[in-house]
Design a protein around this ligand. Structure first.
Ligand code: BTN
Length: 246
């Protein structure tokens, strides 16, 4: 992982760069890193704030040999890799919010965007986009992100060695990806659950089929979040925006 590396100054989005490389046949593990993104993308068409030199903005090319409907598991796997690396390198005790955020005391420090190119159920490639707010200072944040986002530098009280963190994210990813290919999703799901700040909490989720409220109980075999409603019904939620209640 990361053995083929493209390092950019300013780019629109590392996702688009990585997709172009994947279309040209770049092997699994190709990594694109940028100092700045002018069109950084988040989930659900949102923008991702990516100022110059302040964060880790990177995208990894994957070529998983599995049907398309398993790919959400890779979002969770990526989250585990980043969370373990952040804890190891910075000592900041980040936790995972389903499906794709890393939080510190309820504030976001990292988002993950997994995009797949597929024909029917056959995956041609996936791009795992990772945005880590590493060295942002409080006054770097635009007004709309104040109170929602934080950075590792703010939380650790000192600047973060971005190269050390990138290297450790890649090491953790490689270890987990091997485990996943050998033993399937279950061991990764257990690691995710242990690092989760979502489980055991009351959640409210906006899904395409309307809002769902209940207790977040765990992950199912596909990586969906199991939510137990007040009526005692167990609902698997495959995608949506989670709000943690208490
Ligand atoms: C989210 O939380 O909505 C996901 C954010 C993903 C941001 C990363 S930064 C690197 C890569 N390039 C992008 O344009 N987006 C992802």
């Amino acid at each position: 992982m990361g053995s083929r590396l493209k390092i950019l100054g300013t780019t629109v989005s590392t996702q688009e760069e990585a997709k172009a490389l994947a279309e040209e046949g770049a092997p699994e593990g190709t990594l694109v890193i940028a100092e700045e993104q002018t069109g950084g993308k988040g989930r659900m068409g949102r923008k991702w704030f990516s100022p110059y030199g302040k964060g880790i903005w990177m995208s990894l090319v994957l070529r998983p040999e599995q049907p398309l409907h398993y790919t959400p598991q890779l979002t969770l796997l990526t989250g585990v890799a980043v969370c373990r690396a952040v804890r190891k390198v910075t000592g900041v005790m980040a936790g995972l919010k389903w499906p794709n955020d890393l939080l510190v005391d309820g504030r976001k420090i990292c988002g993950i965007l997994l995009e797949s190119a597929a024909e029917d159920e056959h995956v041609r490639y996936c791009i795992a986009g990772i945005g880590i707010s590493a060295n942002l200072d409080r006054d770097d944040y635009p007004e709309e992100l104040t109170g929602i986002g934080t950075s590792l530098k703010i939380e650790a009280g000192e600047p973060i060695d971005r190269m050390a963190l990138i290297a450790t994210v890649m090491e953790e990813f490689e270890m987990l990806y091997e485990l996943y290919r050998k033993d399937g999703f279950q061991p990764v799901a257990s690691l995710w659950e242990a690092l989760s700040v979502t489980l055991g909490k009351r959640v409210s989720i906006q899904t395409a089929r309307g809002p769902i409220e209940g207790m977040a109980d765990g992950l199912d075999a596909s990586g969906a979040l199991r939510v137990r409603t007040d009526a005692g019904e167990q609902i698997p939620v495959f995608s949506g925006d989670v709000e943690l209640r208490r």
